[in-house]
Ligand binder design. Structure first.
Ligand SMILES: Cc1cc2nc3c(=O)[nH]c(=O)nc-3n(C[C@H](O)[C@H](O)[C@H](O)COP(=O)(O)OP(=O)(O)OC[C@H]3O[C@@H](n4cnc5c(N)ncnc54)[C@H](O)[C@@H]3O)c2cc1C
Length: 482
């Protein structure tokens, strides 16, 4: 087992009680690090299980994520954690298999040669897609992409026709009506990380997966945090945080228990939830926090008795289809692990007020199923053995122009109250790797602050590497762009 990640300070004879709200990957990593730092930690998670968006459900004798998950080779923080927790033997790196559905046909897209065969755009446009992609893979200074939208930059660079059918279609699929507000830095990051997942442009990309599901990591994280002394409580959602005159916090629960007094509180929940929890939050911080918006996600998971396609990740570039990606997990991970059943996710990002977000599961499936025949004419609904629908209200932060300047600080204006959620991950896109990094960083910040307030300043050692240009970029995380 690798050495545990160093924390900034040890509580020694002066342990504090720290509350963590939210038991996703960020909250669990935070609870682990603070407990390892010698403090008493209580974590509250609203759901009956831990792991948040990365958690898995039981299927076919094993577990599978509610929302499809994989890792990129650039995901160093999460890989370090996996090694530290002693579960590296579960980490698989397997070839990805990407396709594009357009003009009623699946087009493979696993490298430069496939790009040349991309028949739904003219040869000249294929070349432009290839040249723009190659250029973006080489750009290191992402700062220049902060103040231009992906829509205008890509449209100019590739020409309207090539853009509309490829990257433009993907931006619309992911960001709906916000598609022309997303900063180019977000898109660049998606492309840039592919360079780290391939040895050469002709090489097939490899993606990571945790054999047995991300629950293996979540369980190991929970076990390590509990072993370090953390009290992780599920099915309990704080309803309010009140500050005491001595700057400690009372965590109020919908529970007959008395309020729980904490010396510091770290919230890892989405910003609108945090805003409701703290009535006394100063207006300018609240406005900054709520000024950042997110897309929601609706994801249907199907258990089939036979494959739908032979592609793992199928981007849908046909606006007539009601979902925007088909992720056939069992074309990435051997179906034998699932009793030879096939598992397919139908994904759609949308605004939370989109009608699909509030459709019943049955209504949603009624709309989705007829379209599966377009992808595979031999598909019949009778091959669906089970199905689930999962929804997440805060699923994908919308990275708009100059996003870096709009992110609220982790230290709120109220003493001993911290915010660490997905909206603060930048310039990379959100992802489990960056939630681990967030948990490492916020706990280090809190450990440093506590040590400073009780025993004078300590040196806070950064966990993320800095680049020569002063940025802290680690190549990004997210889903497959074209
Ligand atoms: C469709 C989809 C696909 C994805 N694919 C990938 C992928 O392939 N690879 C990857 O690395 N990442 C992927 N991600 C992103 C990844 O899942 C997230 O970035 C990560 O899990 C976020 O962790 P978190 O702890 O920051 O937040 P969350 O997981 O959102 O955790 C927040 C927790 O707070 C809890 N909570 C909310 N309100 C309260 C309250 N009042 N009291 C107590 N608890 C509360 C929630 O129940 C939740 O458990 C995907 C996400 C989605 C939606």
């Amino acid at each position: 087992m690798a050495e545990p990640v160093t924390t900034a300070g040890q509580a020694g004879a002066n342990p504090k009680h720290i509350g963590v709200i939210g038991g996703g990957i960020a909250g669990l990593t935070t609870a682990l690090r603070l407990s390892q730092g010698g403090h008493r930690v209580t974590l509250w998670e609203r759901e009956g299980h831990l792991g948040g968006l990365a958690a898995a459900l039981p299927v076919a004798g094993t577990y599978l994520e509610h929302f499809y998950h994989h890792l990129f080779q650039s995901d160093r923080e999460i890989v370090a954690l996996i090694e530290e927790l002693g579960i590296a033997d579960h980490l698989l790196w397997l070839p990805s298999n990407v396709g594009y559905f357009a003009d009623g046909k699946i087009w493979r897209l696993n490298g430069a040669l496939d790009l040349l065969r991309l028949g739904f755009i003219p040869p000249h446009d294929r070349l432009r897609v290839g040249l723009v992609t190659a250029y973006l893979q080489r750009v290191k200074n992402w700062k220049k992409f902060e103040r231009v939208t992906a829509h205008s930059w890509l449209r100019r660079a590739m020409g309207a026709r090539a853009y509309d059918r490829t990257f433009g279609a993907q931006l619309r699929a992911k960001f709906g009506s916000y598609y022309d507000q997303v900063a180019m830095v977000w898109f660049w990051n998606k492309i840039y990380l592919r360079t780290t997942s391939r040895r050469s442009p002709l090489d097939q990309e490899k993606l990571g997966y945790i054999e047995g599901s991300f629950n293996v990591l979540i369980d190991a994280l929970v076990g390590a945090a509990r072993a370090a002394g953390a009290d992780l409580r599920t099915g309990l959602a704080p309803t309010r945080l009140d500050q005491n005159p001595d700057s400690s916090w009372n965590v109020i629960l919908d529970d007959p228990d008395a309020p729980v007094r904490c010396d510091a509180v770290i919230a890892t929940v989405p910003s609108p939830i945090f805003s409701r929890l703290v009535p006394d939050l100063p207006a300018d911080y609240r406005a900054k926090m709520l000024g950042l918006t997110s897309e929601a996600a609706v994801v249907a998971l199907l258990q089939l008795d036979q494959p739908l396609t032979d592609i793992y990740w199928l981007n849908i570039a046909d606006p007539n289809l009601p979902f925007t990606a088909v992720i056939e997990h069992t074309n990435f991970i051997d179906p034998q692990q699932y009793g030879d059943k096939r598992f397919v996710y139908l994904s759609k990002y949308l605004e939370p007020d989109h009608p699909y977000f509030s459709l019943s599961d049955d209504e949603l499936m009624e709309r989705y199923i007829p379209y599966l025949k377009r992808i595979n004419p031999n598909f019949t609904a009778s091959s669906i053995e089970r199905r689930w629908v999962f929804r997440a209200r805060a699923a994908q932060p919308i990275v708009t122009l100059s996003y870096g300047e709009k992110i609220p600080d982790h230290r709120t204006p109220l003493a001993n109250l911290y915010l660490a959620n997905m909206s603060q991950i930048y310039p990379e896109d959100r992802g489990t790797n960056y939630s681990v990094r967030l948990g490492n960083q916020i706990s280090e910040m809190v450990l440093g602050d506590l040590a400073t307030s009780s025993a004078g300043p300590v040196r806070v050692q950064g966990l993320s590497a800095s680049r020569e240009d002063g940025s802290t970029l680690e190549a990004g995380q997210g889903e497959n762009p074209l």
